[in-house]
Design a protein around this ligand. Structure first.
Ligand code: DGL
Length: 264
């Protein structure tokens, strides 16, 4: 049985899930967090479903062994395969796509853009979930084969980032001048300023807050919320820890208590 002082697991193919950590630290500061970012294998979004499933199961196995009470899949690409992952583990796993799709519906948007990895777009997960609630909402989706990889390298001044943003967002706006676009890859809010600078008239939706609210609701219902003032924050990565520290500072996160290189 899960206990309130067990950590929350947060997983991503790389640094993107730190945007979910930002919301978790704001909303649930007393929770211990254990983060796994698989930068050695990032991007996942250009891989096959079987590869993504295997890599994700390795991370979920690691987090389960670390004794988490719940895991946030802080990655839209992995969340698109949630149905293949959740039954293989005994702890609670919460996707990022479902709460984000719910938020679009409850905001009352009639049309929305989506920029995400090619895998997430091809999976149709956002359209399917949004249309389960309301089939009349129009979704204009566009995949980027490059953006998650460019961001995961940690060079946020790279001109290629703005070029790729403009290339893909212009394709959405050519189909419909939407006012709201979902950042359907957790790497993208790290460069939220670039999106806002390139498209000041568009509201970009970051799904991290909705996922964090879903986690908070689950823990509350199960009486599993920690009552500590401040939790421990541990980062595990298969990549370069320096890039993680750079993003921690860029996003204004609490410094990790521990950062470890882990090869699964
Ligand atoms: N952060 C992941 C997502 O939300 C990045 C995907 C990737 O590794 O391609 O989709």
């Amino acid at each position: 049985m899960a206990m309130c002082y067990q950590p929350i697991g947060v997983m991503d193919s790389g640094i993107g899930g730190l945007t979910v950590v930002r919301e978790l630290q704001r909303l649930l500061p007393g929770e211990d967090l254990i983060y796994f970012g698989d930068s050695a294998n990032c991007p996942y979004g250009n891989r096959t479903p079987d590869q993504i499933e295997q890599l994700s199961k390795n991370i979920l196995g690691f987090l389960e062994e670390s004794g988490v009470k719940v895991t946030a899949i802080a990655c839209n690409t992995i969340s698109a395969l949630a149905d293949r992952l959740i039954p293989a583990f005994s702890h609670k796993i919460i996707s990022i796509v479902i709460p984000a799709a719910n938020a679009v519906v409850f905001e009352g948007l009639r049309e929305v853009g989506l920029i995400a990895t090619e895998f997430t777009v091809q999976s149709g997960a956002y359209e399917q979930l949004i249309h389960e609630f309301d089939p009349s909402i129009e979704v204009f989706s566009q995949g980027s084969p490059l953006l998650a990889w460019l961001v995961d390298r940690g060079d946020f001044n790279d001109d290629e980032i703005d070029t790729e943003i403009i290339t893909q967002i212009d394709k959405i706006l050519a189909r419909r001048k939407v006012r709201h676009i979902i950042l359907g890859c957790t790497h993208y809010p790290i460069i939220g300023q670039n999106f806002a600078r390139c498209y000041p008239g568009v509201t970009f939706i970051d799904p991290a807050l909705e996922q964090t609210k879903a986690i908070s609701r689950y823990l509350g219902q199960q009486h599993l919320l920690s009552d500590r003032k401040q939790g421990r924050f541990v980062i595990c990565t298969s990549g370069d820890p320096q890039v993680y520290l750079q993003v921690v500072r860029r996003l204004g996160l609490r410094e990790p208590d521990e950062i470890r290189v882990v090869k699964l």
